[in-house]
Design a binder for this molecule. Structure first.
Ligand code: F6R
Length: 362
């Protein structure tokens, strides 16, 4: 049942090239994104509201960057447990999107109920199409991850990201922000994603070597800028939930506003930084860490490794990828790092202590 893998989590990490491919095929044509009935027309909305818990919330957070940058559409992200009790006012022409692997998370479902009659449309991105959250939605956008058994979400996260990315493309096109040619280019780039993810999955042995060293530490920091910031949060969550190593994710620019006080030789700092237009800013942050004796694990592309690899404790190199697709690719080493650190520590990878796969109580 684990397909020759030691844990479900390892199997599910390895399945990502194929399930991301399946997810793309369900929505992407050569020229356009096709949504299941009854469809969505983004020209009808002035704002998207994305609500979820945990890892699914970080997928929403990445999507905020996409909706804003690709479609010029204001996007707000909320944690379901905060949203539902805050009971915020909701402006007209709002599309609400709920993201949930299980489709049964109590807080996310309650947030959806709050939105009934208050938003123009309720969409959900779920892995379980017969779930309560799916049933409560006007439109269901399934991911095609297949059953996810490991408590730590891996393939559901990258498939959620894949669907949300395609929604942002659709939004760009519906709103006249993305031309037909740009859409075709972006769909072409998307079709190369499974191959790139496959490459990243193939680097597992190298991540394992680094993870054995990370397994020795008590605390770790994850830093990222732009859409890599939510990935830093996800990296920290993954590491703490399965290896029980204390980890925090920060926006790189926040380093000097507090967390830099933690830096010394004992705290590895994982920097997620493809060589995009924000790269030089990340390099400055890395220098601040190094100047204080901090150890950097840089996760970047070949150009980034050439520019900034010197002085880093370790460098993991991923293939070059279009900037907007980087969050999906960079999820892989982050998952592998947590997985191998947990295996090195001997924790229960698939059933971490105190956690449940589906959180149906508040
Ligand atoms: C972390 C993890 C959780 C879930 C969260 C939401 O690895 O799996 O943070 O993402 O409990 O669950 P769903 O997506 O089922 O609503």
């Amino acid at each position: 049942e684990k397909g020759g893998h030691r844990h479900f989590m390892a199997k599910e990490i390895a399945e990502q090239p194929s399930v991301i491919g399946d997810t793309i095929r369900h929505y992407a044509g050569t020229r356009e994104i096709v949504l299941p009935e009854p469809g969505l027309d983004f020209s009808q909305y002035d704002r998207v509201l994305l609500v979820a818990c945990g890892t699914a919330n970080y997928a929403c957070f990445v999507a905020k960057y996409w909706f804003e940058r690709i479609a010029g559409l204001p996007a707000e992200v909320d944690i379901a447990s905060e949203f539902r009790y805050r009971e915020p006012p909701i402006p007209a022409r709002t599309l609400a999107i709920f993201v949930s692997q299980s489709g049964e998370t109590a807080d996310t479902l309650a947030a959806l109920r709050y939105c009934e009659g208050r938003v123009d449309r309720i969409a959900s991105v779920v892995n379980v199409a017969e779930s309560s959250i799916a049933r409560g939605s006007d439109i269901v956008l399934p991911i095609f991850a297949g059953a996810e058994i490991g408590v730590a979400s891996t393939k559901a996260f990258t498939c959620q990201l894949t669907v949300l990315h395609m929604l942002a493309l659709k939004a760009g096109s519906d709103r006249g922000v993305l031309s037909g040619t740009e859409m075709e280019t972006r769909l072409g780039l998307l079709s190369s994603l499974p191959g790139l993810v496959n490459h990243a999955v193939g680097e597992s042995a190298e991540v394992e070597r680094i993870a054995r060293e990370v397994a020795e530490v008590e605390d770790a920091l994850f830093l990222g800028r732009g859409a890599m910031y939510p990935l830093a949060l996800e990296g920290a969550l993954k590491l703490k939930e399965i290896s029980y190593i204390h980890a925090e994710g920060y926006a790189s620019g926040e380093l000097k506003h507090g967390p830099i006080a933690l830096i010394d030789q004992t705290v590895p700092v994982v920097v997620l930084a493809p060589s995009d237009e924000l790269f030089d800013k990340s390099v400055s942050n890395m220098q601040e860490v190094m100047a204080r004796g901090g150890r950097i694990l840089l996760i970047t592309d070949p150009a980034g490794a050439r520019k900034a690899g010197d002085g880093c404790w370790r460098v993991l190199t991923l293939p070059e990828i279009a900037a907007d697709l980087a969050p999906i690719l960079y999820a892989i080493p982050v998952q592998l790092l947590a997985y191998h650190a947990a295996v090195a520590k001997g924790t229960d990878v698939d059933q971490p202590r105190n956690l449940a796969k589906s959180v149906t109580v508040e």
